[in-house]
Ligand binder design. Structure first.
Ligand SMILES: Cc1cc2nc3c(=O)[nH]c(=O)nc-3n(C[C@H](O)[C@H](O)[C@H](O)COP(=O)(O)OP(=O)(O)OC[C@H]3O[C@@H](n4cnc5c(N)ncnc54)[C@H](O)[C@@H]3O)c2cc1C
Ligand code: SF4
Length: 503
């Protein structure tokens, strides 16, 4: 059952064994595990429930309905990095590309050795969760006919240079190659949470309140575990109603690495001073290339091909098909110059380079606002610049006529491989690059010691019995690969621990 603001006639009170805040990768996975084990589950989601038939209605409309602040969430401070997140039933999985990677062994080994997590997140159990997720969410390698021109040129470049590369593994069933993942997959081919685990949790009896922002988590010591929230105004007008959902066993916070610490801080539940520290991510930059042959960004899977050669160094290169409206923001110039580029739109290729950044930031609250203080370090900038030069190499190897690196202070257009030397020698300030971040983690770090971590080895906030964090906030480091699979596997393990306690 999904309850939406328009259907309400008054304030709502509910109770369940487990109340989950957020319905993205972590929240939906935990809901499916708990509900199918017979537990009572209530989910609360700030964003709207957007039916499949209303997805993929164009970029502007989709951003407005599916993304946090319509895509306008940014870092605080002088450097504004867009922090893209979904804010709807299904969370960021609704708008993501469905690429899956398991946690790399060298990252897991660090989690085990440096942060003592091998007992909390046993390697074998995680592997079994990955196998299950692969099966249930239909993880498969992108088919040749869904490569699209964009994936094809990246593959050609990588093969000619002899670099390790492959078609992406994604959660999809018969992807039609509409290149519109950013608008949500209207036909349900991508197995985002709104098309997979949420329906399963609902079928097992979970109740979901959509369009309801949780404003406070109440601890057991304040008269019983509960969450309090406020519904958005219903379409038919009327009052703004409230929700109070009591949790008989636990509250699970899965509101993402930004909104989870913000909610904990606003609720006054940070007993360690650790909540909101160690925020990390994979900031990314992008390279555009002009080809003589048709590329047609609108054909093929949104992200079909990836170069993995430099992965262990913290740099991954992915083909990325962008809609014209988003591409226009990355193209140089305005007016006639921009129009000239847009006229060549069918011959433009794009690749993204998310990096495993060293930078650490913080999430803080200021009244109703969140502040994400974060800026890439010089080594991160150097890695991103190297990534741009590498992609330039791949595009030229595939026959590109020119590349557009998007580095302020450098020529907007480089027309031969020798010109890439300019990029390699560049030492730009962080603000000279076009960053975007879609992978975030680390802001409620897991660990046994409350002096250095926010949650314990079962995900429970230190000193706050019954309130658990289950999303990527608990990761002690970033991953260097697309995170949703690891987020789901960790949420699965933590939900199972709650079931063991329930038995
Ligand atoms: C454009 C884009 C492309 C991406 N591509 C990939 C990819 O291909 N592969 C991959 O692995 N990862 C990808 N990611 C990242 C991945 O989607 C996220 O890392 C993952 O979904 C995060 O899971 P989560 O559960 O922590 O948060 P989310 O999935 O973001 O879900 C959090 C939910 O909590 C809700 N919420 C927040 N605060 C409150 C509150 N106070 N009350 C109620 N609800 C609240 C939000 O509205 C949201 O729906 C991409 C992300 C984006 C934005
Ligand atoms: S590219 Fe494939 S998975 Fe993405 S929206 Fe289109 S059909 Fe769905």
């Amino acid at each position: 059952m999904i309850v939406e603001p328009g259907a309400l006639e008054g304030d709502v009170e509910d109770d369940a064994e487990y109340v989950i805040v957020g319905t993205g990768a972590a929240g939906a996975t935990a809901a499916r595990v708990l509900a199918e084990a017979g537990a009572g589950v209530v989910l609360v989601e700030e964003g709207p429930n957007v039916p499949a038939a209303e997805l993929a209605r164009g970029t502007v409309a989709s951003f407005g309905r599916l993304l946090r602040d319509a895509g306008g969430q940014v870092t605080s401070g002088p450097l504004k990095i867009p922090l893209l997140q979904g804010a709807c039933v299904g969370g960021s999985t609704v708008v993501n590309s469905g690429i899956t990677w398991r946690i790399p062994p060298w990252v897991y080994d660090r989690w085990a050795a440096e942060f003592g997590l091998s007992g909390a997140l046993p390697a074998r159990e995680l592997e079994a969760c990955f196998d299950l997720l692969d099966e249930e969410l239909s993880v498969r390698q992108t088919r040749e006919e869904r490569l699209g021109g964009n994936g094809r040129v990246l593959r050609t470049g990588a093969e000619r240079l002899g670099w390790e590369s492959k078609t992406t593994h994604r959660t999809e069933r018969d992807c039609e190659g509409s290149a519109r993942c950013l608008e949500g997959c209207a036909n349900g081919r991508r197995q985002s949470m709104n098309h997979s685990y949420i329906p399963r949790a609902l079928a097992a009896g979970a109740r979901l309140y959509a369009g309801c922002r949780v404003t406070r988590v109440c601890p057991r010591s304040a008269g019983g575990l509960a969450v309090e929230g406020t519904f958005a105004l219903g379409a038919g007008g009327g009052g703004r109603h409230t929700l109070r959902a009591h949790a008989r066993k636990a509250v699970l916070i899965a509101a993402s690495a930004i909104h989870t610490p913000a909610l904990v801080l606003r609720s006054g539940l940070d007993s360690t001073g650790q909540v909101g520290l160690h925020f990390q991510g994979h900031p990314g930059v992008s390279m555009l290339a002009l080809f003589d042959e048709p590329i047609r960004l609108w054909e093929g899977a949104t992200q079909a091909y990836e170069i993995t050669e430099f992965r262990q160094r913290g740099m991954k290169i992915e083909s990325l098909s962008l809609p014209a409206e988003v591409l226009a923001a990355r193209l140089p110039g305005v007016g006639a110059k921009l129009a000239a580029y847009l006229r060549q739109m069918d011959r433009i290729a794009v690749a993204a380079i998310p990096i495993k950044a060293r930078a650490r930031g913080t999430v803080r609250t200021l009244g109703p606002f969140n502040r994400v203080n974060y800026c890439p370090e010089p080594q991160d900038v150097a890695l991103a610049v190297e990534g741009l030069a590498r992609v330039g190499q791949a595009f030229f190897a595939a026959g590109a006529r020119a590349v557009l690196p998007g580095i302020h202070g450098l020529p907007e257009r480089i027309s031969d491989p020798a010109g890439l030397e300019l990029i390699r020698r560049a030492r730009p300030e962080p603000g000279a690059l076009n960053w975007v971040m879609t992978h975030m983690m680390g802001s409620c770090r897991m660990g046994g010691d409350p002096r250095t971590s926010a949650v314990d080895l079962r995900g429970q906030l230190h000193g706050v019995p019954g309130v658990h964090v289950i999303d990527s906030s608990v990761f002690p480091t970033n991953l260097g690969v697309n995170p949703q699979h690891t987020i789901m596997a960790v949420a699965m393990v933590l939900a199972r621990r709650l079931l063991e306690d329930r038995a």
